[in-house]
Design a protein around this ligand. Structure first.
Ligand SMILES: [Zn+2]
Length: 99
């Protein structure tokens, strides 16, 4: 039955977990993220800015550091989405040619 194929693309970071294999931490991490966005900057005549319709064009996690032991090297990245719904066809958005 079709209908559940709307998986990939949107909330990409929600399914990511970062277990630290050094100390067992599962819940506390410092995450450095690079995000490229496009937004509608709506100025009033007086110069006040209101940002609307912000869209994330690109998002990349640069660094994850364990909050407990401070070790970034021991932190693994686990995609729960892949874990739970293994049948999801690998996203067709393989950006080859990016840097
Ligand atoms: Zn740790």
């Amino acid at each position: 039955m079709p209908g559940w194929s709307v998986a990939a693309g949107k909330a990409a970071s929600v399914g990511i977990r970062y277990p630290c294999s050094a100390c067992g931490n599962l819940t506390r991490f410092d995450v450095v993220t690079s995000r490229r966005t496009r937004a509608f900057h709506h100025y009033t005549v007086g110069g006040d800015l209101q940002v609307e319709d912000e869209a994330v064009l690109d998002e990349h996690v640069d660094e994850v550091t364990c909050r407990w032991c401070g070790d970034g090297a021991a932190v693994e990245e686990i995609d729960k989405a892949l874990d739970g719904a293994a049948e999801v066809t690998a996203a067709a958005s393989d950006r080859s040619g990016a840097t």
